[in-house]
Design a protein around this ligand. Structure first.
Ligand code: AR6
Length: 180
């Protein structure tokens, strides 16, 4: 599936995020930035210690109490084929006093804004918050597509945005619920 906007193109596919050869892949991290399971585990184990080292520096210099939900930071991608990793923290579903949707939208927008700030031209997203953090996949499809659409409608350069689903089933589900 692909969708065209004034500020770029979205490609939707299934696969593993760590295989993406792009300017940045997005990590569905937690606020510690110290790694975890799922996407986070795959990125740190395949990317090597250089990523964790930069995450430690970010914690020490900018976010001693952890990265807040909805924010994003950028590091090297170490040994991965991508050039950078943009780490964001999605909401733990049901634990944000009714603000889950807004926080998920903010996570996508923060990643895109950070990519633009660093002049990146291609970015690949996993489906943030829909694994360990329990966000319903149908609602996440609506929110992610609306956030990306809003960004690309106003972006003055060209960005390639890949949405990478871990299974054919999740890819299909997205196809039935997106708002592009
Ligand atoms: N490539 C693409 N998608 C993947 C991959 C992969 N290699 N692995 C899993 N997914 P999750 P979250 C899908 O749990 O919900 C970690 O422990 C998966 O099927 O990685 O934001 C962190 O440290 C799901 O649809 O992220 C945090 O503590 C989606 O990616 C916490 O989990 C996100 O699943 C974050 O939870």
């Amino acid at each position: 599936m692909e969708f065209h906007f004034p500020g770029g193109t979205v490609f939707v596919k299934s696969g593993g995020i760590t295989n993406e050869r792009v300017d940045a892949i997005v990590n569905a991290a937690n606020s510690s930035l110290m790694g975890g399971a799922g996407v986070d585990g795959a990125i740190h184990s395949k990317g090597g210690v250089a990523i964790l080292k930069e995450c430690r520096e970010i914690r020490q210099t900018s976010y001693p109490n952890g990265l807040p939900t909805g924010k994003a930071v950028i590091t090297t991608a170490g040994d991965l084929p991508a050039k950078h990793v943009i780490h964001t923290v999605g909401p733990v579903f049901g634990q944000n006093s009714g603000n889950d949707s807004d926080l998920l939208a903010r996570a996508y927008t923060s990643c895109l804004s950070l990519a633009a700030k660093h002049q990146l031209r291609s970015i690949s997203f996993p489906s943030i918050s829909t694994g360990a953090y329990g966000f319903p996949k149908d609602a996440a499809a609506e929110i992610s597509s609306l956030s990306i659409r809003a960004f690309l409608m106003n972006y003055e350069q060209q960005m390639i945005v890949n949405l990478v689903f871990f299974s054919a089933k999740d890819f299909e589900l997205f196809g039935n619920h997106h708002k592009f």
